[in-house]
Design a binder for this molecule. Structure first.
Ligand code: CTP
Ligand code: MG
Length: 176
């Protein structure tokens, strides 16, 4: 995939990761306030059902919208329906990966909202990609090592930039 294709491909994961900042943060938390065996929170107060499901809805909707409207610009060997499935896999993977990242952060002793370089940027991306490749194994070759390298760097930079912007817009309490 070239750069434009890669960006269109990964957008559902980014949107699923970003939407909870706007639509989440309210209602019950996913770990129901419970602690893990180490006495620390399982996931923490930053992971809510409202965030998870709003992220899934926005990511899946974006996956369909991109596949429907920009079909000719990426992954020509897949139809709109398959690309929508890829988008949903990316969105679900991004949200599940984000929960996994928080689980690891709590085990490492980071408080909710604390910055954790690489965990914050790459765990959601890794699980999103893994789930998409699980659904369509040929995607591994489509993305390729150079594509993976690009996504790692681009996601890192974009995550930093969008979180700083969200802080500036008063959507987040911290600039990371
Ligand atoms: N959010 C949510 N539900 C989710 C994911 C995120 O409600 N499943 C919202 C929360 O308001 C959260 C914000 O989006 O504070 C930013 O997400 P993130 O940076 O992933 O959470 P943190 O608060 O930093 O918590 P953690 O340290 O666990 O990453
Ligand atoms: Mg955070």
């Amino acid at each position: 995939m070239d750069l434009l294709e890669l960006i269109l491909f990964i957008l559902p994961a980014y949107i699923a990761n970003a939407a909870p900042v706007i639509f989440g943060g309210r209602g019950p938390v996913i770990d129901f306030g419970k602690n893990f065996l180490d006495g620390k929170r399982i996931l923490g107060d930053g992971k809510t059902f409202s965030g998870f499901f709003s992220g899934l809805a926005c990511g899946a909707a974006a996956g369909y919208a991109i596949a429907f409207s920009l079909n000719q610009f990426y992954l020509p060997q897949y139809g709109v329906c398959e690309k929508t499935v890829i988008g949903i896999a990316l969105a679900f993977g991004a949200l599940a990966g984000d929960l996994g990242g928080s689980f690891i952060k709590r085990r490492l002793g980071f408080e909710r909202g604390a910055q954790s370089i690489f965990l914050d940027q790459w765990v959601f991306l890794a699980v999103a990609l893994a789930l998409a490749v699980y659904a369509y194994p040929a995607l591994a070759q489509e993305v390729g090592l150079s594509g993976l390298g690009f996504l790692l760097v681009a996601t890192f930079v974009l995550h930093k930039a969008t979180n700083a912007a969200a802080f500036w817009l008063k959507l987040k309490k911290v600039p990371w």
